[in-house]
Design a protein around this ligand. Sequence first.
Ligand code: AMP
Length: 522
Amino acid sequence: MTSFREVATLCEALAQTGSRRALAQQVADFLANVDEESVRPAVRLLLGQAGRGEAAVSGATLWPVLVRLIGSDRVPPRLQHEAVDFGQAVERLLRERPSGPEPPVLSVREVEDRIRALGRERGPGSRGRKERLLADLFAQLTPLEAKYVAKNLIREMRTGAAEGVVLDALALLAGGDRRAVERAHQSLGDVAEVAARVLASRGQPLPPSTLAYFRPLRPMLAQSAESASEAVAVFKGRAGIEEKLDGARVQLHREGEICRLYSRRLLELTPSLPDVVTAVLQKLAAPAVILEGEVVPVDGAGRPLPFQELMRRFRRVKDVERLVGEVPVRLQLFDALQVGDASLLDCPYRERWTILERVRGGLPTVRRLVPEDAAAAEAFYGRAVADGLEGVMVKGLEAPYTPGVRGRGWLKVKRATSVDLVIVAADRGYGRRHGWLSNYHLAARDDETGRFEPVGKTFKGLTDAEFRAMTERLSALAVGEEGATVFVEPRVVVEVLFTDLQRSPTYRAGLALRFARITRRR
Ligand code: AMP
C-alpha cells in the first residue's frame, strides 16, 4: 500500500524542481514503486484530481474548520496573507497545533475515499457534516500532508507536474514510447487509467487500447471551413456531410442494462436525461456500444427548439421528471466509437457510419449525405440552413476518430450572420490588388467606452469597380500610416457576413470574426 505521505513528499520535491525532464524522472521513479491498487488514487492525488473534482471544497469553508481544530488563540494573525498559497498557509497553520501523538499513516486509497465522501454530502445539513468530515480528516494528517490535501480540495497543486509531465513519466516507464502513451490517454481520457495500464504491462509495449465503458473519452473537435463545397474539396470530394444540430453533445455508453450519458466536458448527464436513457435501452440494437450524438430540445411536433430550452434540463436537479414532460428532447446519433470490445477509433469514418447504422436500432441519426459533387454539398447546406439549423459538418470519409484533437478530419460550416461594422484602416494591396486599399480592418463600437474596437479584417466581397471606389473614399479619409496600413476616419460603414467568432489574443475586444466578407456599403 502506498501511503499518502509518500505522495506529499514527492509533491514537495517536485515543487522545488525546475526542469520538465527532472520532474518526469522523479514522477517515474515514484510510480515505479507504487503497487497496483494504489496507482489510480496516487496519480489523482498527485494531480490534484482526488475524487475526480467532485469534492471541491473552497478555502473559505476549510480555513475556519482548521482554525477550530488547532484552537483559534494559537493562529498567528498574518499567517494566511504571508503564505505563498493556500496550501502553504494550511501547512503553517497545522504546525501551530499542540503536539500530540504522531498521526497515523494513511494510504492513498483511504485519503481519496475520505475526500470523495465530502462530495457525497448534499442537501440540508450537508455543510455541518462536511465540516465534521474535514475536521476528522485533517486531525489525522501531518502539516505536509494537510498542505497537499488542501491543494487537492481547491484543485490547484502548483507542483509543476501537470498531466503532461505525468504522461512523460509514464512514457519513461513504457520504454520511451510517448506516442503510445498519448494514444492510450486519448482513448482512455484519464491519466490515472493510463498509469494503471502502463504499470500493468511494465516494461512491455502498451497493448492497443480498447475504450472502457463508463469512462468517457475526450471528444473529437472540428475546424472551421468557409463553405460546404470548400470543405468537401479539402477531402478531394471524399466526404460525408451531416446536419449540424444546435443542442448538447452526448457520449453514450451502454453495457447491458446500464446506460450512461456524458457531456463534451466529460461530466455525467445521465440524471438530467432519464427519457434518453430509456429510449436507448429500449431501441438500441447492440448490447455494448459507445456512441456519440447530439441531444436537441424539440416541440410537440418534433421540430427542434432553441438550445436554451435544453439548458433548463441541465440546470435542474430536482423535479427532473416534470421537466421531461415540459422539455422533450431527442438524441440523434452521429458516430460509433466502440462496439463490444472493439475500439473503432482507428476505423475510417465511412466504416464507423456503417456500423452506427447497424447498431442504432430504432434511434435516429443526424441527416447525412455523401455528396456526388460540390453542388450537391451546397444544396444540402442550403436545406440545413433553410430548416433553421446551425450549419453542417463535413467529415472526411477516411478520417479516423481522434479524441480531443481539433484536426482536419471534421470541418464545420456555419450559417453566416451579418453585422454592420466600420472600416478603421486598410492595407495597401499587392499583386492583383496593387494600387488599391484592399484589406479592410473592421471595427465595432464598444457601447461603454464609445471606442471602435477592431474585430477582423477582410478583402472579400468586393468587385474590382467597388475596390477602386472604396480606395478613393478611404484615401480621402486617411489620418495616418504605418507600414502598409493606412488608418482612416471611422466613417465608412459596411455590412459584413461572418460564419464564426473565435477568441482573439490580439484584439482588445477579445473576439475575432472568421470568414468575414463585405456584402454592401451602408
Ligand atoms: P462547435 O461547438 O461550433 O465547435 O461545433 C462542434 C459541435 O457541434 C460538437 O461538439 C457537437 O456538439 C455539435 N454537432 C452538431 N451536429 C453534429 C454532427 N453532425 N457531428 C458532429 N458534431 C455535431
